[in-house]
Ligand binder design. Structure first.
Ligand code: A3P
Length: 292
C-alpha cells in the first residue's frame, strides 16, 4: 500500500493511493486496509456507485426516507463511507445507517454475505461522470494535487488510471452482480432517471426500503433534495478556498457537451462500443432523446 503519483500525457500528476493493485483516493491507509473486515448490521443500507454518479443525492434521500422527517442532521457522507470510516466510529452511529462506497462489489466487507443489508446501486452516463470527476480532482488540490487539463484527465479516466479505476469495469461488474444475484436485495437506479422523474424514483426507493411514506412526504423529500436546496444546505462541506462547493457543481444531465470536443466524443463512443460490447446497459446522455 503506497501513495502513487499517476502521470497524465502532459506530465501532470494525480496523487492517489494504491492497494492490492487498485487505485483509491488519498485516504488514510488503515481505513482502506480495514474496509473488508468492517462489521455491518442487517438494517444497514449501502449505497454503491462509481464516483460522481449521485451518491450524495441518494444518501440524503435515503436518510430522510428512513428517518421519516426532513430535518436530518447535516453531515458529510464521508462520515459513513466504507473505505474511509473506522469500525469504532461506525459502531457509534444509530441504526438504520446509510453507508456508502465506490469500491467493487467484491471489495465490500465480507460481513455483507452474512448480514445481507439492502444495497442501492446508482449509475450515471460516463461522459458526465468524466467531467464531474475531472472537476472534483482538479479542485481538491490538497487531495489530488492535480493541475492537468480535461483532455489529459479524460485519457486517464478511459484507461482506468483514476481513483476506483475503470468506470467500464465497475459498471460491467455491477451488471453481472445484479443479473446473477439471487441472495442480495439490490435496487438498480440511474442518475438520469432520478433527475428526470425524482418523485417516481424516490417512491421506488421508499418501496425498496419498505418504509411507508405518503405521497406528500415523497414530494417534500424531492424538494428538500433538489440540487439548489442541497447546495445551500450542504455546499459548505468540502468547499474550496472561495467557499464554492466541490460536490454540488452543476447537477445536470449533458454538461459533457460543454467539455468534449467532437473528436473526443467520437473517440469515446468508439471505446465505449468496444468495452461495453455484450452489455445490456443503456445510458441517457441528454434529455433530448435524438442526441447522444
Ligand atoms: P456534477 O459535478 O455534474 O454537478 P457523487 O455524489 O457521487 O460524488 O456525485 C456528484 C455529482 O452529483 C455532481 O455532479 C453533483 O452536482 C451531483 N449532485 C449532487 N447532488 C445533487 C442533486 N441534489 N441533484 C442533482 N445532482 C446532484
Amino acid at each position: 500500500m503506497s501513495v502513487v503519483e499517476i502521470p497524465d500525457g502532459a506530465g501532470n500528476h494525480l496523487r492517489l493511493v494504491e492497494f492490492n493493485g487498485k487505485l483509491y483516493p488519498n485516504f488514510p491507509i488503515e481505513s482502506i486496509t480495514n474496509m473488508k473486515s468492517l462489521k455491518l448490521r442487517e438494517d444497514d443500507v449501502i449505497i454503491s456507485a462509481y464516483s460522481k454518479s449521485g451518491t450524495h443525492w441518494l444518501f440524503e434521500i435515503c436518510r430522510m426516507l428512513l428517518a421519516g422527517r426532513l430535518d436530518v442532521e447535516v453531515i458529510s457522507k464521508l462520515n459513513l463511507m466504507i473505505e474511509l470510516v473506522a469500525q469504532d466510529v461506525l459502531d457509534q452511529i444509530e441504526s438504520p445507517r446509510v453507508l456508502n462506497s465506490h469500491v467493487a462489489f467484491s471489495d465490500l466487507p465480507t460481513d455483507l454475505a452474512v448480514k445481507k443489508p439492502k444495497i442501492i446501486y446508482i449509475r450515471r452516463n460516463p461522459k458526465d461522470v468524466a467531467v464531474s470527476f475531472y472537476n472534483h480532482s482538479y479542485k481538491l488540490k490538497e487531495f489530488y494535487d492535480y493541475n492537468g487539463e480535461f483532455k489529459d484527465y479524460l485519457e486517464l479516466f478511459v484507461n482506468g488510471k483514476v481513483d476506483y479505476n475503470s468506470w467500464f469495469d465497475k459498471v460491467l461488474d455491477w451488471e453481472k452482480v445484479i443479473d446473477n444475484n439471487t441472495e442480495y436485495s439490490i435496487l438498480d437506479l440511474t442518475y438520469e432517471d432520478l433527475k428526470a422523474d425524482p418523485i417516481a424514483e424516490i417512491r421506488k426507493i421508499s418501496d425498496f426500503l419498505q418504509v411507508k411514506r405518503n405521497e406528500e412526504f415523497i414530494k417534500e423529500i424531492c424538494d428538500a433534495c433538489s440540487f439548489s436546496k442541497m447546495q445551500q444546505r450542504k455546499g459548505h462541506i468540502m468547499a474550496d478556498g472561495s467557499g464554492q462547493s466541490n460536490i454540488y457543481r452543476k447537477g445536470e444531465v449533458g454538461d459533457w457537451k460543454n467539455w468534449f470536443t467532437v473528436a473526443q466524443n467520437e473517440w469515446f463512443d468508439r471505446i465505449y462500443s468496444e468495452k461495453m460490447a455484450g452489455s445490456k446497459l443503456k445510458f441517457r446522455y441528454s434529455f433530448d432523446e435524438d442526441e447522444k
